[in-house]
Design a protein around this ligand. Structure first.
Ligand code: IDP
Ligand code: MG
Length: 135
């Protein structure tokens, strides 16, 4: 067990679809602490920095266009094993494969608009928090 911070982001489809409140409730239900939360329009630069590992892949351009297509909710969530706990709560990347009870499984339908982003490691979390909540 380790105290960690993770970066989470409610994606444009879920914000536009009125799912913010229910998603935030699920995060609070875990007992993890929401340390920062802000509704924001991402810049192209922030989007590209967040998804740098995917540059060159066939879905990269549409991924960037999608994530800047409308407001998102940026969050820093903290607590014991926050990274893994949140990834588990999000479920599999493809909502069609995500288990019922997970955020992607319950609120999403397609891989390109899959409701939420969550850091995949403490190192990614530190990098992503630096992009979206610069000191
Ligand atoms: P993750 O969000 O579960 O960490 P990644 O593999 O890091 O998944 O992919 C980042 C995001 O890119 C995904 O959340 C999804 O929205 C999108 N994505 C991943 N693979 C594909 C694909 O094959 N087609 C379309 N979009 C994809
Ligand atoms: Mg990822």
């Amino acid at each position: 067990m380790a105290y960690e911070q993770t970066y989470l982001m409610i994606k444009p489809d879920a914000v536009a679809g009125g799912k913010m409140g229910r998603i935030v409730s699920r995060l609070e239900d875990t007992g993890l602490k929401i340390e920062r939360m802000e509704l924001a329009q991402l810049t192209f630069e922030q989007a590209a920095a967040n998804y740098a590992e995917h540059e060159g892949k066939p879905f990269y351009d549409s991924l960037i266009a999608y994530i800047v297509s409308g407001p998102v909710v940026k969050m820093v969530v903290a607590g014991e094993d926050a990274v893994a706990v949140c990834r588990k709560l999000l479920g599999a990347t493809n909502p069609a494969e995500a288990a019922p009870g997970t955020i992607r499984g319950d609120f999403g339908l397609t891989l390109d608009a899959n409701v939420m982003h969550g850091s995949d490691s403490p190192e990614s979390a530190a990098r992503e928090i630096g992009i979206f909540f610069p000191a």
